[in-house]
Design a protein around this ligand. Structure first.
Ligand SMILES: C[S@@+](CC[C@H](N)C(=O)[O-])C[C@H]1O[C@@H](n2cnc3c(N)ncnc32)[C@H](O)[C@@H]1O
Length: 250
């Protein structure tokens, strides 16, 4: 099986057994002691913070259609639905989407499974806003990079995408360090998780230089790069960055 399909099967299983813990890996989000309100409130607080930052920076976003890429159980999709007319959550895992449909809190959000390594299910120029949190890091390359490129295809002119990617070292494609990093992230760490009885979720990094190149090559405009507010306290290994980028008006 490829690294990409391993991720799909890991999240099918995770979504069936511990869908909330699969999103926020803290003991309190395991099913047996879950406070569902608290879980969804984390999404509302996060979105409120992001929308305030957008407003403070004077960035205008049309409030029509929005996409939540890697929506899980809809924690952020439901929160986004208070700001946008229509929000679509997509996820590779049908068990996650099954949960999202059951837990749906707002009439103007809907959920779709997308198992393809791209966003070809959507025509171009569809969304005013795309948001993706704690998802791209789980997708191996080149698929992760393809999705980022596709964000700017499906974004409407004038639309804004915000997505989180952990920063990593600048590595020459196919160099020994690049191949080692790929092997470690796709094989070694998941194997280590498997033998400890944990879910085989992968975590990948992409250098800031590389993400900025992808944004530039997609003819999009980088608005800002923001460090994740809390993560730095939790781990020094990953430095997750939020990229804000817009698609120019024609
Ligand atoms: C840690 S969860 C985050 C869920 C949600 N973004 C949130 O913050 O509440 C990661 C999600 O990404 C999804 N995912 C992983 N690979 C994906 C892909 N290629 N396309 C869409 N979703 C994907 C997983 O199934 C999982 O639901």
């Amino acid at each position: 099986m490829s690294a990409f399909s391993n991720i799909e099967s890991a999240y099918e299983k995770f979504g069936a057994e511990e869908p909330f813990y699969a999103v926020l890996t803290e003991e309190k989000y395991k099913r047996k002691q879950l406070d569902e309100e608290l879980f969804f409130k984390t999404g509302e607080d996060l979105l409120a913070r992001q929308m305030k930052l957008i407003q403070d920076r004077g960035i205008q976003i049309s409030r029509g259609r929005a996409l939540d890429f890697g929506c899980g159980v809809g924690r952020l999709t439901n929160a986004m639905a208070t700001y946008f007319d229509e929000v679509i959550g997509v996820d590779i895992s049908s068990t996650m989407i099954g949960n999202a449909n059951q837990l749906k809190r707002r009439p103007n959000c809907s959920f779709q499974v997308n198992k393809k390594p791209d966003l070809s299910l959507f025509p171009e120029d569809q969304f005013d806003f795309i948001y993706s949190d704690i998802t791209i890091q789980h997708i191996p390359s080149p698929e992760s990079e393809n999705y980022i490129r596709d964000f700017f295809r499906v974004l409407a002119p004038g639309g804004v995408a915000i997505f989180l990617v952990p920063d990593g070292p600048v590595l020459r494609p196919n160099s020994l360090p690049a191949r080692f990093e790929k092997f470690y992230c796709e094989q070694v760490r998941p194997f280590h998780k498997r033998i400890r009885g944990k879910y085989e979720v992968q975590v990948h990094r992409i250098s800031q230089q590389r993400v900025e190149t992808i944004i530039r090559e997609s003819n999009a405009h980088l608005l800002s790069v923001e460090p994740h507010p809390r993560w730095a306290e939790r781990t020094k290994k990953y430095k997750p960055l939020y990229y804000w980028a817009s698609k120019p008006n024609d």
